[in-house]
Design a protein around this ligand. Sequence first.
Ligand code: UDP
Length: 327
Amino acid sequence: MSILVAGGAGYIGAHVVHDLLDRGEEVVVVDDLSYGDASRIRDAKLVELDVAADGAQRELFNTMVDEDVSAVIHFAARKQVGESVEKPMWYYQQNVGGLANMMSAMRDANVGNMIFSSSAAVYGIPPVSVVEEDIVKTPINPYGETKLIGEWMMADCERAFGLRWIGLRYFNVAGAGSNDLGDPAILNLVPMVLDKVEKGEPAMIFGTDYDTPDGTCVRDYIHVSDLANAHIAALDYLTSGKEMEYHTFNVGTGKGTSVREIVDGLKQVIGRDFAVEELDRRAGDPPQLIGDASRITEVLDWHAQYGVDEILQSAYSAWQQGPRPIA
Ligand code: UDP
């Protein structure tokens, strides 16, 4: 029996692949390597495939049968908010189409367990700063919409053919489980600050006039190793056969950290001051977005082990091993 990890060569997926291999699971990674890196998956089997491509459903089915797959962890998706606004149909084709291929193959191959990478983006700009899973969900961009649709698709498949599924709604993921597993993309706050510092340019703060304690946006930062561990907890829960009262879980800490606190934290970790430019608000940013973690703690017995200090320390340490260390 093996676990199929779609998108397993990516930043978060590779952390989960390592955890699965460490506990002796057979792992087959399906990844198109557009962002993923084959060197990150150790000796797991790799099937190079875009899950949204024509013919992917058949190839996924064959892989599931050949590898005796018992569960799927589905990371494979596009995840850039701005790009999703510019190319909405491509996001639907990739994220929704890819998931449809995966679940059709699962139905045909009788694979009954699915863990799906959802996102706090399903909440859009919520009416409260600490969000529980059941509040109204109004995503404000195609990326978030594809994630909410993904959850609906899995609920539909549960009704249609008994799929057992969990959607994990990630909050702000950062850090690295080891120096070779850092986030290679420069798309989120922590890598964006490190990138600017390395280039000798000022780090950017988007908006200092929010109604928050220090005027900058507040987010719930989660260490990627903790997030990986939440997938293992979810997998154990799914495969335990227990009756499932809940399917969606926030993977957050219940604690908020401001953009300014992250920037100041990075100054501490790097060990020196650096220039910071205070810019206008970025469109579409909710002032505060924090995940209530009660449900995942109670049901999956999961809670974050690491705090912001370890997140920043590990992100910096991995950055320094990469191609552009900060001098
Ligand atoms: N942010 C910032 N400067 C940057 C990158 C991000 O001030 O160089 C802010 C962004 O406006 C948001 C927060 O940091 O308030 C987290 O942004 P990120 O893109 O990492 O994640 P998001 O919460 O948007 O998913």
